[in-house]
Design a protein around this ligand. Structure first.
Ligand SMILES: *[C@@H]1O[C@H](CO)[C@@H](O)[C@H](O)[C@H]1NC(C)=O
Ligand SMILES: *[C@@H]1O[C@H](CO)[C@@H](O)[C@H](O)[C@H]1NC(C)=O
Ligand SMILES: *[C@@H]1O[C@H](CO)[C@@H](O)[C@H](O)[C@H]1NC(C)=O
Ligand SMILES: *[C@@H]1O[C@H](CO)[C@@H](O)[C@H](O)[C@H]1NC(C)=O
Length: 323
């Protein structure tokens, strides 16, 4: 979610050969960054975004028209930390009749960050209760506590939180949930990493279970500040690794470990689309598995406030997602 501390660009062969589809359209209020999409039982789509205390948009279809109807948090998060009146990277899931919205508190360039959460039974603005902190990081942590994602494992009360980060990339902790209480209950573990020399930092992890595999989707490269533009190919793009276990080890389609810089690229800049990332996946009753993300339109602007909601249908080919 945050921009790179290292403006030093690295020469990279890039990810140019593949072709990628254009996003399948958005009308109405289409700003998003680090989106989270949830389809409520009554057929209403909810789109959550970074900024504005986690803005909420709703629509009767993925194409829109989207309308902004409020925010998850009022005034500021109960977490007492710089950035608690902005908030980043909502991750909303329904678990046993209650919606959990994980979010990050931070400011750009700071490793003093926290992951908090709010709960609601309806997802409507005003219905959310801010429950406070789950995890925090400081300059002595190996990671930065941003970009949370919650996934259910296979056992009783087996959940995992993923998070991170320009600092040693993606971490995970086993997590338990008791009613409105979410707490890490296991060791923290690095599940994806690229050496700083490679320049390809990873953020925005999102895990999705499909046909016996846990797929780890990653936003890789430079985020958010594109003035000046980083070297072609080093801006945000989406990679995926997989494992038969939610705890890994995760590998890409060539067998390269995700902790050694592995990752199959499934979406990158193309045409007008620049720096797609902040992705999530959900199963839509009409379209099947859908990947949604934010992107910038190079013909319009590469400024953060112009980040736009994009989505495509996932095709599973030989055990790997393609768009
Ligand atoms: C939240 O902000 C509103 C004004 O926007 C103010 O009236 C209210 O007192 C604030 N609430 C808290 C708990 O700070
Ligand atoms: C879930 O657990 C059951 C019973 O232990 C096992 O048979 C099954 O293969 C597991 N599924 C996954 C996806 O791990
Ligand atoms: C980067 O790519 C764009 C088009 O995709 C091209 O116009 C530009 O020249 C490239 N810049 C460099 C430095 O390769
Ligand atoms: C980018 O913006 C141009 C100009 O508004 C528009 O014609 C084009 O469809 C947009 N492309 C995408 C992928 O949003």
């Amino acid at each position: 979610m945050r921009y790179s501390l290292l403006a030093a660009a690295v020469a990279v062969a890039g990810v140019s050969a593949a072709t990628y589809p254009n996003p399948l359209g958005c009308s109405g209020s289409c700003f998003t960054h680090d989106p989270s999409v949830v389809l409520r039982g009554d057929g209403t789509y909810f789109l959550y975004s970074s900024l504005d205390l986690l803005s909420i948009r709703t629509s009767k279809s993925l194409e829109g028209p989207w309308a902004e109807i409020g925010s998850v948090i009022k005034n500021k998060s109960v977490i007492d930390m710089d950035g608690n009146d902005v908030l980043w990277a909502p991750d909303v899931s329904l678990i046993d009749d209650l919606y959990y919205c994980l979010y990050a508190v931070s400011v750009s360039g700071s490793q003093t960050s926290a992951i908090g959460y709010a709960t609601s039974s309806t997802m409507e603005p005003g219905s959310w209760t801010d429950q406070g902190m789950i995890l925090e990081s400081s300059p002595s942590s190996p990671y930065n506590c941003i970009d949370p994602n919650l996934i259910r494992g296979n056992g009783t009360n087996e959940f995992y939180i993923l998070w991170g980060s320009y600092w040693e990339d993606i971490y995970q902790a086993r997590t338990a949930i008791e009613s409105t209480y979410v707490y890490p209950s296991g060791n923290q573990k690095q599940i994806a990493y690229n050496t700083p020399d490679n320049g390809f930092y990873m953020e925005g992890a999102f895990m999705y279970h499909h046909s016996g595999y846990y797929y780890l989707f990653l936003s890789v490269g430079h985020c958010c500040d594109y003035d000046p533009l980083p070297a072609n190919g080093t801006e945000y793009h989406v990679n995926v690794c997989r494992s038969t276990s939610p705890t890994g080890p995760f590998v890409d389609d060539t067998g390269l470990a995700c902790t050694e810089g592995g990752g199959k690229t499934i979406l990158a800049s193309h045409g007008d689309v620049y720096a797609p990332g902040g992705q999530g996946i959900f199963h839509d009753p009409k379209y099947g598995d859908v990947m949604y993300y934010h992107y910038l339109n190079k013909s319009v602007s590469v400024n953060y406030p112009d980040s736009k909601f994009g989505w495509n249908i996932i095709n599973w080919e030989n055990g790997w997602p393609t768009l």
